[in-house]
Design a protein around this ligand. Structure first.
Ligand code: 5GP
Length: 114
């Protein structure tokens, strides 16, 4: 399937996915191809193509996405063991879906890569 609008379709529930949390600003759902036992994507409902498109008008969404990620980590009881938040940006950053998202990876000890 074309990656371009895939997250919009998930947000609008036009294609099925395991939605963990949704409000007016963001949607969180399970990654279809998990890279760790827990792999959640945190996505703004408003389409922002990548972190490069963050500007003074929309910058608050990033703080909100992180704040809600921490809330979910605590609610799902993996906050204390730990987790990793990742944002891929464009080609060299490994971004495939052009809709800003944070990966939340948890459930095992992750390898250090930086
Ligand atoms: P990126 O490489 O763009 O940072 O990450 C995109 C992520 O979206 C990948 O981890 C991929 O597995 C996930 N993904 C791609 N298509 C779908 C889909 O249709 N449903 C869900 N739940 N995740 C998807």
């Amino acid at each position: 399937m074309n990656n371009k609008n895939i997250f919009n379709k998930i947000i609008k529930k036009k294609i099925p996915s395991k939605i963990i949390y949704q409000d007016k600003k963001i949607t969180m759902f399970e990654d279809i191809n998990p890279k760790s036992p827990i792999h959640i994507l945190i996505v703004p409902n408003q389409k922002i193509k990548s972190i490069n498109k963050i500007n003074k008008n929309n910058k608050n969404i990033i703080g909100y996405m992180i704040y809600k990620s921490v809330r979910i980590a605590k609610k799902m009881k993996f906050a204390e063991d730990g987790y990793r938040l990742v944002i891929n940006c464009n080609k060299n950053g490994g971004q495939i879906v052009p809709h800003l998202h944070i990966h939340m990876l948890a459930g095992k000890k992750l390898r250090n890569f930086c």
